[in-house]
Ligand binder design. Structure first.
Ligand code: PHE
Length: 341
């Protein structure tokens, strides 16, 4: 009897040592089966208790239960510890290394001509102009006749204008949108019209397709002073207030008087260089007071209404602003060029 109890205690001590030595969840399961499983010595001893006298069975049973509880307890503790360790290892393996350099993402950007167009639009919108659009395929009336071009005007020549079958043509400027805007509404009005225009011309500063922004303001008692004020404010916001502006007399069939506006050369600051041809000035747009004949062509009373108009090339503005010397760069879509804006 004493030896039975000793065996039980020895089994217990050994089991606890085995459990503590188990280094993984698989090992702890093996130990559990070996110690508590149906074929284990402990289970076998349980069965043998039945053969003992009642007193002996009670004493041995007590020890056996004590040992079983202790073993079950230890199994639970060891399993929990091993599970926690396994989980900690898993988390450590998954952890994010925040010192790893990120993967650079390539961002697209707006084409420089779109950027400049939007900038021009924003400046005039802030002054109360709204945007008007017209078709790129036009007829003689909107592109020339209504704008007071005489029949024999050289701009109508095949060498400048792309003609299409059926009397159509590719608009040579955005000025036909002046006519369309005036025909569509009654004065007062103030619009700008950005868009593509076409001329049979190609070299470093001319492209057969390019972009213009037209401006038109019609109201009562509009003066040349209003035109100068609006365009000077535009030039200062577009290029910087440090640049001077000047108006030179010029000619357009649809404005009278007509002018061209220059700004102090952005390359040499007015000293004189190759870009400004030694003059210290750069031409940036054409403008003038709306010709009475144009008002008559759209049914506006020239005695009642006055107005000014202007037109500028977006490529030219962009070339001066960024110091670009070849207009073709805008249309080749070389990423090394486009990425600089
Ligand atoms: N349409 C003219 C051009 O293309 C520019 C312009 C527009 C001039 C409006 C005066 C008024 O050269």
């Amino acid at each position: 009897m004493a030896s039975l109890i000793e065996e039980i205690r020895a089994l217990g001590t050994q089991a606890l040592a085995d459990i503590r030595a188990a280094a993984s969840l698989e090992q702890i399961e093996q130990v559990r089966v070996a110690v508590m499983g149906r074929k284990s010595r402990l289970t076998q001893l349980m069965r043998e208790l039945g053969a003992l006298s009642e007193d002996e069975r009670r004493k041995a049973g007590m020890v056996l239960n004590e040992v079983k509880d202790a073993v079950a307890d230890e199994l639970k503790k060891r399993r929990a510890a091993l599970e926690a360790a396994a989980r900690a290892r898993e988390i450590a393996g998954q952890s994010v290394d925040i010192t790893l350099p990120g993967r650079a993402r390539l961002f697209g950007r707006r084409h420089p001509l779109v950027q400049v167009r939007r900038q021009i639009e924003e400046i005039f919108i802030s002054m109360g102009f709204s945007i008007a659009l017209g078709p790129e395929i036009e007829n003689d009336f909107h592109n020339f006749a209504a704008l007071n071009f005489p029949d024999e005007h050289p701009a109508r020549d095949m060498q400048d204008t792309f003609y299409l079958p059926g009397g159509w043509l590719l608009r040579t400027h955005t000025s036909p949108v002046q006519i369309r805007a005036m025909l569509a509404t009654t004065p007062p009005l103030a619009v700008i019209a950005p868009g593509r225009v076409y001329r049979a011309d190609a070299d470093v500063t001319h492209s057969p397709q390019f972009h213009q922004v037209e401006g038109l303001l019609v109201d009562r008692r509009v003066t040349l002073g209003d035109l100068k004020g609006v365009l000077e404010a535009f030039a200062h916001r577009m290029f910087g207030a440090q640049y001077q502006t000047r108006f030179r007399p010029s000619f357009f069939p649809f404005t009278e008087p007509s002018a061209e506006m220059d700004i102090g050369c952005v390359i040499c600051s007015g000293v004189g260089c190759r870009v400004c041809g030694g003059t210290g000035w750069l031409e940036i747009l054409g403008a003038g007071m709306v010709h009475p004949a144009v008002f008559e062509n759209v049914g506006y009373d020239p005695e009642k209404w006055t107005g000014f108009a202007f037109g500028m090339g977006i490529e030219r503005i962009a070339m001066l602003k960024y110091g670009i010397n070849d207009i073709r760069l805008f249309f080749e879509n070389d990423k090394r060029f486009l990425e600089q804006f």
